[in-house]
Design a binder for this molecule. Structure first.
Ligand code: G6Q
Length: 544
């Protein structure tokens, strides 16, 4: 039975926030900092190896107090407990939501349908470790006797973005004798480019698909099979060159992969929450089982913090509430994620799925249409590159874009002044956004009247700075879990189901209908709208 809610916007806590917003809307960060010399230290939480500075936000102590009250009134604590306990909170798919069980300690007990799932989680991790070590040690021998040197992960969405993000993020820790590639797009160029310099005799494909029915992944997997067999010839070779990560043993067997080489997971792991499951096999091969365990420990530390820390000191809760403050009261549409770390270049893309597929919803969990804004648009690029591209709009454009700056005190590559310069930039950007440059200062500097308006930075643009020590596997785990639980926090308050994704279905169904129309030998009868019909006809005429 799904719960029926009182409309969120009718809650007294929401109304109070609205009134508070009207009162403080015009607040200026310059003034807030000037009035409280300790604000920068006071509105910062050091926890779980992170320094979370949220002082450069358009908030007062009262704002935080009222946002926390809203979270309490929305039953955030109880919702989180229900998730951690394995209740079927993904009601539209009738599933538990237990990515947190994937990083539970060995002795923990988490029950789903009367069964403790933790031993099975660890059994899969152990099986992954055996394969990972074999490949890393050059002991996984291909069909022709050559050791495996190349790993190609084939998957899409949750079965791709986590693996590729984690590989890039933790590349510093990766086995440098192995080559990793990630194929996701049904665009044949993705596969062709990924394998163009690889030898099938030395290549292992990981077909990562929870359902093992996803069109893109199965198309790429079949192409991979053809590509490998063109050289290896013998269908028996598949056993040495293909492994699967899936919940669908029948389909895996049908594809020709020995189910002994299948790594399972469970329906209570959502795709975009699956990087700690067997979907992380490529990550484990890259960084080794010990580092993978360190990453899981990082996740677990953040899980525990989210579960136990008081809301006003709880990093995911604060992050979620700040996002909600801008999204629902200031009308901000987007959040920029700006890692000052080249290894995190795929982190914004990973977060886009995590946040937008989770909270991009228009009805509450009980099916009622929503009359307030839900999930914001996440986007971003690593600094400093973004500075030379889109930061202009963040600084001087007409839109309010809260930013998450992510940085590390210690570099992984110590090269001359590089790291100090990188860090100077991240601190400078947050400072410039918050405090800007006033007209009077420009005039004092002798800037001409004509240029003053162009050179004025109004400032008052909010950001969080997340400062960590070093990008270790554990740090990555903490960072990802921070966002996971912040998404949960927002979902719980907006009363949406962050764990389904019905919005991706319609396009899939229509593509299934259009593909045969494109491939038909004779002119098909088209019954789409006039635009789609015309596009299909034009494509059929123009393709070679
Ligand atoms: C994620 C979504 C989606 C999913 C892909 C791949 O939360 O469910 O991105 O991960 O569609 O699905 P398969 O793993 O089943 O191929």
């Amino acid at each position: 039975m799904t719960k029926t809610f009182k409309p969120l916007t009718s809650l007294p806590e929401w109304r109070t926030l609205e009134a508070h917003y009207r009162k403080v809307d015009g607040m200026q960060l310059r003034k807030l900092f000037a009035e409280d010399p300790k604000r920068g230290e006071r509105l910062a939480v050091p926890a779980v190896g992170m320094y979370f500075d949220y002082s450069k936000h358009k908030i007062t102590d009262e704002t935080v107090r009222l946002l926390v009250k809203l979270a309490e009134a929305a039953g955030l604590r109880a919702s989180a407990e229900a998730m951690f306990r394995g209740e079927k909170i993904n009601t539209t798919e009738k599933r538990a939501v237990l990515h947190t069980a994937l990083r539970a300690a060995k002795g923990a007990t988490i029950m789903v349908d009367g069964e403790n799932v933790v031993p099975a989680v660890h059994a899969v991790l152990d099986k992954m470790a055996l394969l990972a070590n074999k490949v890393r040690d050059g002991k996984w021998i291909g069909h022709t006797g050559k050791p495996i040197k190349n790993i190609v992960n084939i998957g899409i969405g949750g079965s791709d973005l986590g693996p590729v993000m984690a590989y890039e993020a933790l590349r510093h820790y990766s086995h440098r004798g192995l080559t990793f590639r990630f194929v996701s797009n049904v665009d044949g160029s993705d596969f062709a480019e990924a394998v163009q310099d690889l030898n099938p005799k030395e290549t292992l494909f990981i077909v990562a698909s929870k359902t093992f029915t996803t069109q893109e992944t199965m198309t790429n997997a079949n192409t991979a099979k053809e590509w490998a067999l063109r050289i290896l010839k013998d269908p028996e070779a598949i056993a040495k060159h293909f492994v699967a990560v899936s919940t669908n043993a029948d389909a895996v067997a049908k594809f020709g992969i020995d189910t002994a080489n299948m790594f399972g997971f469970w329906d209570w792991v959502g795709g975009r929450y699956s990087m700690c499951s067997a979907i992380g096999l490529s990550t484990m091969i890259a960084i080794g089982p010990e580092n993978f365990q360190e990453m899981l420990k990082g996740f677990r530390a953040m899980d525990e913090h989210f579960r136990t820390a008081p809301f006003e000191k709880n990093l995911p809760v604060l992050m979620g509430l700040l996002g909600l403050w801008y999204n629902n009261f200031f009308g901000a549409q987007t959040i920029a994620v700006l890692p000052y770390c080249q290894f995190l270049k795929r982190f914004p893309a990973y977060l886009q799925q995590l946040t937008m597929e989770s909270n991009g919803k228009r009805v509450t969990i009980d099916g009622t249409a929503i009359n307030y804004q839900t999930g914001p648009i996440y986007w971003g690029e690593p600094g400093t590159n973004g500075q030379h591209s889109f930061y202009q709009l963040i600084h001087q454009g007409t839109k309010l874009i809260p930013c998450d700056f992510i940085a590390f005190s210690k570099p992984l590559d110590r090269l001359g002044r590089h790291h100090d310069l990188l860090m100077a930039n991240v601190f400078a950007q947050a400072e410039a956004l918050a405090f800007g440059k006033a007209e009077q200062e420009l005039r004092k500097e002798g800037v001409s009247d004509e240029l003053v308006p162009h050179k004025t930075f109004k400032g008052n643009r909010p950001s969080t700075t997340i400062l960590m020590d070093e990008l270790t596997p554990a740090a990555l785990g903490k960072l990802v879990a921070l966002y996971e639980h912040s998404v949960f926090t927002q979902g719980a308050i907006w009363r949406v189901n962050p764990f389904d994704q019905w919005g991706v279905e319609l396009g899939k169904v229509l593509a299934g209908k259009i593909a045969p129309e494109l491939e038909a030998k004779t002119e098909p009868e088209l019954a789409h709208d006039s635009s789609t019909n015309a596009l299909i006809r034009r494509y059929r005429k123009n393709r070679a």
